[in-house]
Ligand binder design. Structure first.
Ligand code: SAH
Length: 347
């Protein structure tokens, strides 16, 4: 009999399991709280009898997420490399903002999407992360730094909507009042544009922030940099975004990595503004990090400001985003999930 991942179970599922084991009902809540607090072994559940712990151990397992390397940036950003139960590695980034700690976590080992500017896809795709492994990244980072995280962004390695079921389960667990209790309004989910899943997510009417990696105003440019655009073009993507905004009442956040001479012209700004017209939207402009050897150059500061002001003039709100953790390769698109030499390096 294969053991089940108990930490990925929602409260309802856990209650059923506990009753199958003929244990008293209240055990479900106890076990749930221990798991959501980040215990790594059943023996740490000290208010359960030895027999009960042994019984749980026989039927279930708790997937591990261990810190194997840590790098701290000059700006205080911390990048973690984690080893998972099967030896696979993923990264997460902890950022300290004035309103609290925010963590950017991974949802897959590697990525299938292969955006030309992003490092993650370069070494291919290994597997989806379990809901428990998404929780585990947050718990391990919190324990390591002795802090509490108040915001989560699903913007690390992988495409969250390509691991849809597990990501939804993670959202349910992390926002549970008896768990980490992080409200949906403190969570952002970033997607490269998996259109059918955007429609599916809209039906859930969650109050999280949907972030869409757009990075181009037309199919010609987007088709070159983001292969997903050949499956669903910009028109289809924006139709899904409009539907999502209408269903949830939530403003969509569009990510736009500014690449010199690729997508940063004034004509691009005007085209983008006209496509987003009338939509509940906000654009985040980020100078691209060249991590793929594609030879991409960041747009200059002036270009970013000009692009932003054209968008604003056309009625589209935009901000130029600050880059955190670039000195430790912790910025957007820089996560590879690889050792960079040295064990538990804190440099
Ligand atoms: N797969 C999801 C989430 C992971 S990528 C997505 O595509 O949205 C997180 C963000 O970093 C995305 O907006 C992505 O487009 C952006 N990104 C990737 N590589 C980048 C780079 N080299 N410079 C700036 N942003 C980058």
């Amino acid at each position: 009999m294969e053991k089940l991942d108990i930490k990925s179970m929602t409260m309802d599922v856990l209650k059923k399991e506990i009753s199958l084991l003929k244990l008293p009902k209240f055990r479900a809540m106890q076990v749930f709280r221990w798991l959501q607090r980040g215990v790594t072994h059943f023996d740490e559940m000290t208010d359960l009898s030895k027999e009960t712990r042994a019984q749980l151990e026989k039927h279930y397992w708790i997937p591990s997420v261990k810190v194997v390397q840590k790098r701290t940036s000059k700006d205080g950003t911390v990048k973690f490399l984690f080893r998972l139960y099967d030896g696979e590695m993923v990264e997460a980034v902890l950022m300290n903002y004035h309103h609290g700690y925010s963590i950017c976590i991974s949802t897959q080992v590697g990525c299938k999407m292969n955006c030309s500017f992003c490092a993650t896809g370069k070494s291919g795709f290994s597997r989806d992360l379990l809901p428990s492994e998404m929780l585990g990244q947050i718990q391990a980072a919190q324990a390591e730094e002795a802090v509490r995280v108040s915001n989560i962004v699903l913007m690390g390695m992988g495409e969250p909507l390509d691991n849809y079921e597990n990501v939804l389960r993670f959202l349910e667990l992390v926002s549970h009042p008896d768990g980490m209790n992080i409200g949906m309004r403190h969570i952002s989910l970033s997607t490269c544009g998996i259109v059918d899943k955007i429609y599916a997510l809209a039906e859930k009417r969650l109050q999280l922030t949907l972030s869409v990696s757009l990075h181009a105003p037309n199919d010609q440019i987007r088709g070159r940099t983001m292969p997903v655009n050949r499956r669903w073009n910009i028109e289809q993507l924006l139709a899904a975004c409009r539907y999502y905004a209408k269903k949830t009442g939530r403003r969509i956040s569009f990510e736009y990595a500014m690449i010199h001479d690729v997508n940063d012209s004034e004509a691009c700004a005007r085209e983008l503004a006209s496509r987003l017209q009338g939509m509940l939207a906000h654009v985040n402009l980020i100078p691209v990090n060249d991590v793929t050897g594609a030879g991409y150059k960041k747009s200059g500061r002036g270009q970013l400001q000009k692009f932003a002001s054209i968008l604003e003039t056309c009625g589209c709100t935009a901000t130029v985003r600050r880059t955190l953790g670039a000195d430790i390769e912790a910025s957007c698109g820089q996560l590879r999930g690889k050792y960079e030499g040295g064990d538990r390096d804190e440099g």
